[in-house]
Structures are given as C-alpha cells and as structure tokens.
Design a protein around this ligand. Sequence first.
Ligand SMILES: *Cc1c(COP(=O)(O)O)cnc(C)c1O
Length: 467
Amino acid sequence: MKYLSTRGSAPALDFEQVTLAGLASDGGLYVPESWPQFSADDIRGLAGLSYVETAVRVMLPFVSGSLSEEELRELCTAAYGRFSHDAVTPLVQLNHQHWMLELFHGPTLAFKDVALQLLGLLFEKFLARRDDAITIVGATSGDTGSAAIDAVAGREKVDIFMLHPHGRVSDVQRRQMTTVRAPNVHNIAIDGSFDDAQALVKAMFNDAEFRARYNLSAVNSINWARLMAQVVYYFYAAVRLGAPERAVAFSVPTGNFGDVFAGYVAAKMGLPVARLIVATNVNDILHRALSQGDYSQGKVVPTATPSMDIQVSSNFERLLFDVGGRDGLALAEQMRGFETTKKMRLTNAQREGASALFTSHRVDADGMNLAMRWAYEGAGQVVDPHSAVGLAAALAARDLPADVPVVTLATAHAAKFRDAVERATGVRPSMPARIGSLFDREEAYVRLPGTYEAVTAHIAGLATAKQ
Ligand SMILES: *Cc1c(COP(=O)(O)O)cnc(C)c1O
C-alpha cells in the first residue's frame, strides 16, 4: 500500500515510511492512495473472531509490503494482550437502542492506548530493520503523555521526552507519566503553561538541524498508524450488532478528529455505517464547520473534558482531502489560507461530501452532566465526562430510525476524572486495581525553565539518536 500527502507535493511512501515519518515533508498528512474494500461476505467472516484476529483482517491491506500477516498478528497479540478485558473493546448496552463501546481497558485507562500500544511496537519493529534510532518529543496536558510513555517504555532505539507544564496536570496524570521507570523515558516539567510546552515542541520540529540530528518523531494523531488501529473497533462493534445486515451509527467525543475519522475509513472500506455523530464540547470549531461550513478558530475555553479542548483539529484535513476530490495542491492553498487568517470556508463539494455521513452536536456542561446522570440512573453505568459528551450527542440524534443501533465511544475510564463524575452523579469512581499502586511508586522527572536552550540542551545530553 502506498500513501499520499494531503498537500500533494511530498513523495508517496509505504507503510513503514509513513509510520516513522508522521507528518509529510510538505506539511500534509498521509492517507492511503485508495481504500481497501470489504464485501458483505468479508464482513460476515469477521463474526465471532477475537479482537486480535479482527485487527489482523482489518489492518492487513494497510500494511502490505511492510509487514507479513504473521508479523502483524504477533504485534497485535502483544499490544492487545496488555488490555485488562478479554474483549479488548467490550460493548455495554444502555437501553434498547444505545450502547457504549468501552475503549479504556488499556494500561493508562484512555482510548489512546488502543492505537499507541500498537504504535510503540511498530516503531521498535521498523527501527530494528534499520541503523536508526528516533527521538520522540511531545507536550501533554494529560492523557497523551501517559499513553505514549507506557507504549514505548523500555523499547530499543526509541527515546521519549515528554514535556508537561509544572504543577498544572493532575496528580494522577503526572504520576502515570513520572512513575514509569525506564532508561528511555524522560519526563520534563516546564515552568509555564501547556501552550508554552507545545510551543517548545513546535520550535524543535521547525529547527531543521535539530530535527535531523536527533531524528525527531511524533506520536500525536497525525500519525497514520494510530488512525489505522482505531478503524478496527468500528468493525468489531458493528459486526456484533448485526453488520453487514444492519447499519450502525456511532457517536464520537471529538477533539483532533482522529477517532471519528477512523469511523469514516471503516465506512469507506464497506462497513455499513448509518451515521457518524461528531460530539464537541463548547470548543465547537468542528460543529460550526460541519453544520455551517465555517472552520474558524476561536479561543480555547477550559472544560471538564480537557482532551476535547482544542480549536484546530489536525485530522479534519484528511476528510477535506478525501471529500474534496483528493486535490492536494488545492487543499495546500486552502490550508495556507487558514494558517494565515485562522478562518476557512468549506467548499460546496467538501460540505456535501461530509454531510453524507457526518452530523455534529455541541454539548455544554449541563448537557454533559445530564448524560452522566442518565447513564447512571437508567443503566447503572458510571461514565467519564468525555464519554458523556458523546452520549449526550447520541441521545440528541432523534432522526435515526429505531432499528439503527447507536454506539457511543467511551474514551476514558471514569476514575481518571473522579471529581467531575462525583459532582454529576454523587458516585466517586474507584481506581482500578491495576493502577492502584500509583501513589506508592517513586517519581522521576526534571524541572526546567521553559526556554528553548534549556530544553534542547537537556535532550541533546540524553538522546541515543545522533546523526
Ligand atoms: C484524545 C481524546 C479524545 C479526542 O479524540 P480525537 O481523536 O482527538 O478526536 C476524546 N476523549 C478522550 C478521553 C481523549 O483522550
């Protein structure tokens, strides 16, 4: 399988190359040159398969030329063997029409584990074939940092440097990063805000010499391999609810548009998807884009759902590329306009293409709290605030036929957001046993001033990769 950049001027790459590259050299994102097709019989053939076997069937066309079926199976077995539920992503029924797909049974209790556990193993596999080592640099306000660290801790030829704003992440979130003791894990607490930390990371990627010298790599959801791993659970869930005979709708708590774009990919591959509901909080750039064609950046408002508090959704570019006729040069022009003015109108083709499958819904704090209470009182389910935003949007979609099952993606374990859950439901979720010793373990991190010189000198002193 070959991959093309959404901005039309970077070279086409194979799966191994796009996994290691992350972003394309022209600033675009990689997408497969065509969507693999699953017939109704292929989908019927997934019935009853384990999560790992489903993953092998769904991902095999995307990795062809880079991994054999046996290699892919080995990696999936290792990645998903670390989940605490045998079904990996189990479905829970809420009422006659609504289900939740629990994506939080991985090591760090957030759905990001589903993709990052596999990505860590892919890095190790591909780097073993080369002379290279890589340096992963990232900034985190919470979930991504711990999931990425857990995924690469102890792996050969990979160093990870994760920046977090000192004193501004929760104790649980910080400890999930700083108690992972492995020689290749480097936590840095920066004096400053999350935006300062992110600006430092951006500056490192824009510093061509530094970037090449340490072979910098990214683990955020611009990496195609992450999206690919997320396509699997759409198939897994839909088959259990009657696909291919019956179409299924999904409601997805959305930030960077990675998770819901994976649902679009599943639909493109032939899975009968009745609707993809994009659920946003009050940071609603995607809701405005999908409902009015207005993609213009607002100011980020902090909410109880921090993983959705963003005003630019990187992966939206992949959708605009695919529904807008796959014209990379035209999209490059459109994206340059957005980068300078922070505003963009969707073209008619983009709007029509998106509205065939997507609807959107904006959920405020009241809507989120109501959904948490509805799930608890009606179905005995304690859900986290992000999942509750998804659920609120699912319940608001009244125009779906009664025979279409609606699946809300549950993206975090309620125990990660105990205060917000307790405020809404009166129930304080307990920490699952597997992360119970978090508060007894020793922490390791350095605290640095938020300057480019201090951070890059620290990384230069410790990174294995040096060209
Ligand atoms: C990252 C995250 C999201 C948003 O997912 P995107 O792929 O960025 O749209 C939603 N909920 C939780 C808990 C997350 O960690």
